[in-house]
Design a protein around this ligand. Structure first.
Ligand SMILES: [Zn+2]
Length: 169
């Protein structure tokens, strides 16, 4: 089932903290996982986090099928270490249509989480998975790219307006 994607600043769920997911996965969590996979594919997104579909849980989906990687969900994901080298890349977000800008993040990160079976998953990456995982993990902590962008390529006026109206939180 395709789920509606929550947009900032209309939906405060994007700023809320999230609860850890417990195992074995409940029927509800299995359905949410399936629905998020359908939704990220349909939206042609490279990643999606549960708050973006209105759920305050630590679940993200990474969809780099176009880069030849299998789509996968990750539960309770967190960055456990960061490389010193940072790089700036343009990012957008399905919850922030029309907003794009340069975001500086560590190039290489080590990420820990759990797979659908609840098994611990640990990986280190310095490419697209690193970038997308960092963006999606930020969502599970209520952090959005508008908190990180220093230089906008699109949508700066909108963000200025939100700041003026104090809608950034
Ligand atoms: Zn996003």
């Amino acid at each position: 089932m395709i789920l509606p994607i929550k947009k900032f600043p209309d939906d405060k769920v994007l700023r809320r903290s999230t609860e850890p997911v417990s195992f074995p996965l409940s029927k509800d969590m299995l359905k949410l996982t399936r629905d998020m996979i359908d939704t990220v594919r349909q939206a042609d997104g490279i990643g999606l986090a549960a708050p973006q579909v209105g759920r305050s849980v630590k679940l993200i989906v990474i969809n780099l099928e176009k880069n030849g990687l299998p789509l996968f969900p990750l539960y309770n994901a967190r960055v456990v270490s960061r490389g010193l080298k940072k790089i700036e890349l343009e990012e957008g977000c399905l919850s922030l249509p029309g907003i794009y800008g340069q975001v500086k993040r560590p190039k290489k990160v080590k990420i820990e989480g759990q797979n659908m079976q609840g098994e611990k998953v640990v990986f280190t990456d310095d490419g697209w998975v690193s970038r997308v995982a960092q963006h999606e993990i930020d969502h599970t902590n209520g952090v959005l790219i508008i908190d990180l962008i220093k230089k906008y390529s699109q949508g700066e006026e909108l963000v200025k307006e939100w700041k003026k109206k104090k809608l950034m939180q």
